[in-house]
Design a protein around this ligand. Structure first.
Ligand SMILES: Cc1ncc(COP(=O)(O)O)c(C=O)c1O
Length: 389
């Protein structure tokens, strides 16, 4: 039996009519950028996140960049970023001209929460005239990016308290966690700005790139709308801010709108599959396999189901799974503080041990709404066999 890592065929099979009708309507309207479909998608995102505004844009990476820019983060600033995430989380900070300051993750959840951010501030920043200044780089601490990695929400109440005590902007990277809830409400609605990706394999994925920023701050929303269209105010060709072209296409928004009504059901299926994995793999947990830590109901939308294996076995197990027809992935094999493009920041191996260990040990199993019970059993049987459990 073959179990591919990604399975979006059935999503589209279920959508053909509604999706095609929307695409046809866009073509008939001759409005291809930032039109009715984009506005409908933005309204749906305010519903999902409980935010007052949603600003659709070109990708999750640009959503992060726009959010940082709208928060006034740029040259001379530093931003706390978990060291274990997709590259874009830190890439956006660098692109905004600021210094990403890497924070180690919690071993159990793969996430960085308030305690990790607080200990990095204490260790790496000196207080100077009421400002937190990075000891090595000299930049002023201005914000932090919370990443809800793999779809597991970070507790946001403590993060909000920490941030307000230090005057920091909180940006949520919710690219993998649409629909998840935190102790302070839905992800994307708990910080100053929430960033989402509609990359095709995401829980709500389009037919190409797309993203959104959510916020309940009216001024920030207005700034985000300007910045995604070169910073122009209306159609006057006057640019007080220097933005980028990060507009969303109507065809993309149409596909996403066709999918939105299915998101809750698809999320429920992911959660069910995760529970099934857990029960079928429990017996292997003693044989060198760690299952994802428990989380309160609704906190995890299982964009990924990631297990942990001893570093020296991980790659061999992955190869053996492939021989049995099971496609798995490593998200992510190199933590961000060790990426060559961030060498100027002065990190070395050993600095952030939990992130480095995760990079050596994680393995993501296939998880998507159309994954059949037989496929789940095959994945689990193969993994148990590969581990000799
Ligand atoms: C955690 C995280 N942040 C940011 C992004 C960037 O999103 P996009 O690929 O839409 O630019 C992704 C997408 O892969 C992601 O997983």
């Amino acid at each position: 039996m073959r179990v591919p890592f990604v399975g979006i065929d059935s999503e589209y099979a279920a959508l053909t009519d509604s999706c095609m009708a929307r695409l046809r309507a866009v073509i008939d309207s001759r409005t291809f950028v930032l039109g009715e479909q984009t506005r409908e998608l933005e309204a749906a995102m305010t519903g999902i996140t409980g935010s007052r505004h949603a600003v659709a844009c070109s990708s999750g990476s640009d959503a992060l960049f726009l959010a940082l820019q709208a928060c006034g983060i740029g040259r001379g600033d530093s931003v706390l970023v978990p060291a274990f995430s997709f590259f874009a989380t830190a890439g956006a900070v660098e692109r905004a001209g600021a210094d990403p300051i890497f924070v180690d993750i919690d071993e159990e959840t793969f996430n960085a929460g308030a305690d990790r951010f607080a200990s990095t501030i204490e260790k790496e920043f000196a207080v100077d005239g009421g400002l937190h200044v990075h000891r090595r780089l000299g930049s002023r601490l201005k914000g932090l990016v919370v990443v809800h990695l793999y779809g597991r929400a970070v507790g946001m109440a403590d993060v909000a308290e920490l941030a307000s005590g230090h005057g920091l902007a909180v940006i949520e990277d919710a690219a993998q966690a649409i629909g998840a809830r935190t102790d302070a409400g839905p992800v994307g609605g708990a910080g100053l700005a929430g960033c989402f990706s509609y990359y095709p394999t995401k829980n709500l994925g389009g037919a190409g790139d797309g993203g959104a920023v959510t916020t309940s701050d009216d001024e920030l929303a207005a700034s985000l709308r300007r910045l995604r269209a070169h910073g122009a105010d209306g159609g006057a060709y006057e640019h007080r801010e220097c933005g980028i072209n990060a507009r969303m296409g109507e065809l993309q928004a149409a596909v996403l709108n066709a999918k939105v009504p299915h998101l809750e059901e698809w999320t429920r299926k992911r959660v069910e599959i995760a529970a099934r994995y857990r029960s079928l793999l429990e017996t292997a947990a003693g044989a060198g396999l760690d299952l994802p830590a428990d989380s309160p109901e609704g906190f995890h939308v299982f964009h990924q189901f990631v297990v942990r294996l001893a570093a020296e076995r991980r790659d061999a197990v992955q190869a053996a799974m492939a021989e049995r027809g099971v496609d798995t992935r490593v998200f992510y094999p190199l933590p961000l503080h060790l990426q060559p493009c961030f060498a100027r920041l002065g990190y070395s191996e050993g600095d952030l041990p939990a992130s480095e260990a995760a990079a050596r040990e994680v393995l993501a199993l296939p998880i998507y709404p159309s994954l059949t019970p037989e496929a789940v059993e095959h994945v689990c049987a193969s993994l148990r066999e590969c581990l000799g459990a």
